[in-house]
Design a protein around this ligand. Sequence first.
Ligand code: SAM
Length: 265
Amino acid sequence: MTGRQRPQGFVTRGTTNPNRLRRIDNWIAAYAAGVLRDAADPLVVDLGYGATPVTAVELRSRLARVRPDVRVVGLEIDPERVAFAASAADPPGLTFARGGFELAGLRPVVVRVLNVLRQYDEDRVAPAWATMTGALAPDGIVVEGTCDELGRLAAWVCLDRAGPRSLTLAARLSTLDTPATLAERLPKALIHHNVPGEPVYDLLRALDDGWRDAAPYATFGARQRWQRAVASVKAGGWPVLDRPARWRLGELTVAWSAIMPTKFS
Ligand SMILES: C[S@@+](CC[C@H](N)C(=O)[O-])C[C@H]1O[C@@H](n2cnc3c(N)ncnc32)[C@H](O)[C@@H]1O
């Protein structure tokens, strides 16, 4: 950390919960396994960890299964939350510091920033994305998104240094009523665009239609039903990026280019 840059952003509500970010962490562990294993410096930033550092502690232990010497730095813009987290530090694998979207001068290979931008105005998203991706190490990624309090519904955008690459929707299938409920958890860049005429609206409709049509498969379990629903989304021409092994987990990942708000196209 240079100590000279002013942290970019502002303090927001610090709500967090143990295990809330499990789906996101497991996806990062799979998707970023290669970049983590190959990194000369396996540095990961958890930006905006909140009132307690519990999800940063969990991130470190989940990514250590991929890269045992992973270094997670929890950055918070609220100095009181930095001080509070100090007792959970376990250097060099887990440390805490003050920082914002500029990432405090660090050059991480992975940035997880969950439930942070949701509390900003939409016009702050693109500059925050650009600032974070501009600080990444080569081949690095930013995972930015939103989830519910218990992490049963989640949605996140994956970005690299060139910009947004994909959107992932993820749900705990055993408690999922309908995929339409994922709309409430869309990342800030998309949530205001879930209206007719916008591609993300069409995607959620396609997933919901597929879920409804797959109702007979519910007798074989919610996983079967979700897999059928995702397969129908793919058959409908959506650029589904992930494989059935991920669908089984209640995920769907599509190319950003297909759901980008029309104002950017
Ligand atoms: C709702 S909590 C999220 C906690 C955790 N990431 C989670 O998902 O459970 C949001 C936290 O982000 C912090 N925050 C907001 N803007 C930030 C920024 N630009 N840089 C660093 N932290 C920020 C807030 O101070 C707050 O503690």
